[in-house]
Structures are given as C-alpha cells and as structure tokens.
Design a protein around this ligand. Structure first.
Ligand code: ADP
Length: 455
C-alpha cells in the first residue's frame, strides 16, 4: 500500500514525460520532468517540516493533514498516539485511585531517596511529621535523635518508638523498609495502645511478684527458724499462726487473680438467675458481723423484696467485697448501712460507711488492679488490692456500673447500679442512660463532684 501511494505520482509524471517525448519533443519532456520533480521535492519537504513541527509540540495536538504516502504514515502514527494517550489516562486514573487510597491509610508512608531526601508522602505522614515539601532531607522534618540514629545505622532492625510533637501523649513506631532503587519507605504507625498494653502487662507481673514476695519471705523465714532452733511452745504457735496468716493472704491473692482472669476471659455472666437481694445481703452481713467482731453497727434498709437477674456467684462476690471493705476501712464504733432503692427505673444497692473516707484524687484510680490508698493499711487488714477491680468488672458485665462517693474523715458510699432490664417486677423506664452518682447521704442528690466517680 505504502509503495503504491509513494510511487503513484512519480509514475504518472514519468508516463506524462514519456508521452511528451513522443508527441512533442525530448526537451519538453525534460522540462516537464524537472518541474514535476522540483514540485514533488518541495511538497515532500513541506510534509516533512509539518511532521517535524508536530513532533516538537505537545502530544495532544492534532496530527497534520497528509496526502498520498504521508496519509498512510500519519494515520499509523495517529493510531499509536491515540493508544498511548488512552494508556496514559488509564494509568493516571489508576495512580490517582492509588494515591487516594494511600491517603486514607492511618499509617504514615514516606518515600525517601538514596540521599535520604523526601520523595513523596501520604496525608498521614504529612500531618504527623509536618512534611510540607518534597526534596528536603527527611531529618529536617523528623529530628528526634533516635530516628536520626536509626536512619544512619538502621540495618532495618529495632525500629524506634518515639513521641511526636504533632500528637501529644501518643507513641509512634518509625520503621524503615528498603526499596529497589536504594531508597527507603518509612512507615509511621501509632503504637500507643500496644505500648500501654505492654506497660500494663509489665506492671501486672511486677505487682503480682511484689505481692507474693512478702508472704513467701515471711513463710520461708519462720519455717527456717522452726527447723533450725529449738523454740518454746508459745513461740512455736505464734510462728505457725504467722505462717498460716501469710499463706491465707497468698490464697486470697490467687483466688482474686483467678476471679479476675475468669471475668476478663468471658464476655458476660455464664448463668443468670433471679436473685433475692435482701436474702443475699443478710447472708453476707452475718459474715461482715463476724469480721467486725461486734465493732460496728450494720444496718440493712431493704424494705421491699428487690429481685435482680444476675449471676449469683458474681453478685455475691461484689457485695461481699464492698461490705468487707466497709468493715475494714471503718474504725470500731462506726456505722455501715446497706440500702436498696429504685431510681429512675434503675436498681441501686448502696453500701455506705462512716469510715476513714478517700481523698478525691484517689477516686479515679480506685478500681485499678493493686491500687491502694494506704498500702500498709490494706495489707494489714488482709487486702489484695483487687477487690474493687473485681466489683467494677462484675458490674460492667451486667450492663451496670459502680459509683463511688467519698469524703476523707466522713465516710464512703459504694453503689452497685443495675440497669432497668435486670430488675424483676419493676417497670423499666427507658434507656439505661447516664445519671448522677449516688451520694454518700442517701437523701441528698449530688452531681459529678470532686468526691464522686462512676466506673
Ligand atoms: P483492698 O484489698 O486493698 O481493700 P480494694 O480494691 O478492695 O483493695 O480497694 C482499693 C482501695 O480502696 C483500698 O486499698 C482502700 O484504700 C480503698 N477503699 C476501698 N473501700 C474503702 C472504704 N469503704 N473506705 C475507705 N477506703 C476504701
């Protein structure tokens, strides 16, 4: 095709030249041929110049008009150009999609070239590190010595975890990954929750070891003494009762730890039954009387017969913890009142005492494991520091909560608050929404105040 197109006009010109030679003269034929060839060369040069001009301009411009062989050539080039344009716009659309997706990532991504200059970053990285332009050294934006050191000698191991000024209170792991062209990809990930969990786990192990060390040391010391020296009967009994007391402390600790782990490992109570609150409180009150040894007045103010749908074992444990604490933290002669009331469709069981009370700054941490206001007092009265953590867990599992109100020197009120749907025979009133905590003085209404908290 291209051969035909290219040779058609020269062929016709030659045929005309031959005809002129035969009909007119050889000179006329020569003039004709010279003129036609000059015109043809000029025309071809013009087409070539147009193609050259087109190639030098942006690709989107339309192809120049061709004729003859040029037409075929331009059409072919045009097809290639269109194909290339289509591929390019497809690629740009895909790239835009990829950018949009990468910008949605919560992790920061920063591409760094072989000279440690920022090449590109996603939105998260721009915000986290304040990267406002590419082409600058990455350590202009991330100046923390741990990172700079890691960047210089990383070997891509042990990524540093650092605090960033753009997100106070949170911690980020900055990990580098090698990329093909000798550059690096920096991934910035928020590891605050993981770091907190790790810290909690470490604290927990440290706390448990600390709690166990004292009884173990005491038991070991007294056993050694009993084995190595002769002691009289009175001392022997005294040593053995100390050993027994310490082993009971350990037993309580292990029991409480097991209870906590059971509570944490299951979402809600396994079995639920209708619980007669008054009967349960009365049974626990007799244990509290035994603990108090007549040192406290314990009053139960439960007039109706409130019934709650709950796990009996868990609820009993929660009430026992509160009543035991009330006895332990109330000086002899004090008063403990256990009271039930329906409040806005909820059920509330309150254990109130006239004991030593708790300063407001301790209240938010009171239900943390092993948190104690006065360590020696808690240990001295057989406390494990886990009681209120257990109570809080139990109430949360039942869809309720624990409200605490306390004032130093005046006393404390611990209230188990049950959602309406757990009350049998009561008319539930709407949602189990937020309410003000229960005041220490049951007849008074208190809002959130420095002396109260809900957990
Ligand atoms: P513990 O075994 O130490 O009593 P808890 O978790 O039961 O552990 O209680 C945590 C801390 O709360 C106690 O160490 C104590 O300081 C304080 N506390 C608990 N109940 C009372 C209360 N009725 N009066 C005063 N302080 C209390």
């Amino acid at each position: 095709m291209i051969w035909f197109q290219a040779l058609r006009w020269p062929g016709i010109a030659l045929a005309i030249a031959a005809a002129l030679n035969w009909l007119v003269s050889a000179q006329a034929a020569a003039w004709w041929l010279a003129a036609v060839l000059a015109g043809y060369a000029l025309w071809q040069t013009l087409r070539l110049a147009r193609l050259h001009h087109w190639a030098a301009l942006p690709r989107q411009r339309e192809l120049p008009m061709g004729a003859g062989a040029w037409d075929v050539l331009f059409e072919r080039i045009g097809r290639y150009v269109n194909l290339e344009n289509e591929t390019r716009s497809e690629l740009s659309a895909e790239l835009a999609q990829l950018h949009a997706a990468v910008d949605q990532l919560p992790d920061g991504l920063t591409l760094i070239d072989r000279l440690d200059h920022v090449e590109w970053c996603n939105n998260a990285a721009a915000e986290l590190h304040g990267i406002f332009a590419s082409g600058r050294p990455v350590h202009h934006f991330i100046r923390q010595p741990e990172f700079v050191d890691y960047l210089d000698n990383s070997g891509y191991r042990s990524a540093p975890v650092i605090a960033l000024p753009s997100r106070p209170g949170r911690f980020f792991e900055l990990r580098l990954h090698p990329v093909d062209d000798g550059g690096k990809l920096l991934i910035t990930r928020d590891v605050t929750d993981q770091a907190r969990l790790d810290a909690m786990r470490r604290d927990f192990v440290a706390n448990v070891s600390h709690e166990i060390r004292t009884p173990v040391t005491v038991i070991g010391g007294f056993a050694e003494t009993l084995l190595s020296i002769e002691v009289d009967e009175d001392s022997r009994r005294e040593y053995l009762s100390t050993i027994l007391k310490q082993s009971q402390t350990m037993q309580r600790l292990v029991d409480d730890l097991l209870t906590l782990s059971t509570l944490e490992n299951s979402g809600g109570p396994d079995t639920e039954e209708q619980i007669d609150i008054r009967a349960m409180v009365e049974a626990i009150a007799s244990e509290a009387h035994a603990l108090s040894q007549g040192g406290h007045t314990i009053e139960i103010r439960i007039d109706d017969k409130p019934t709650v749908l709950a796990s009996a074992i868990e609820l009993e444990s929660a009430i026992r913890n509160l009543m035991t604490n009330a006895v332990r933290y109330t000086p002899v002669g004090g008063r403990i009142v256990v009271q039930w009331r329906d409040r806005d469709g909820r059920g509330e069981l309150q254990v109130r005492d006239t004991g030593i009370g708790i300063a407001a700054e301790h209240l938010p941490r009171l239900t943390e494991r092993f948190y104690r206001v006065d360590r020696s007092r808690s240990r001295g009265s057989g406390g494990t520091g886990l009681g209120l953590a257990i109570v809080k867990h139990i109430m949360n599992r039942h869809g309720g909560d624990l409200a605490i109100e306390s004032h130093v020197g005046e006393g404390s009120a611990f209230t188990l608050r049950f959602p309406g749907r757990r009350l049998i025979g009561a008319t539930p009133s709407g949602a189990d929404g937020d309410e003000a905590p229960v005041p220490a003085h049951p007849d008074a209404d208190v809002g959130d105040s420095p002396g109260s908290i809900r957990t």
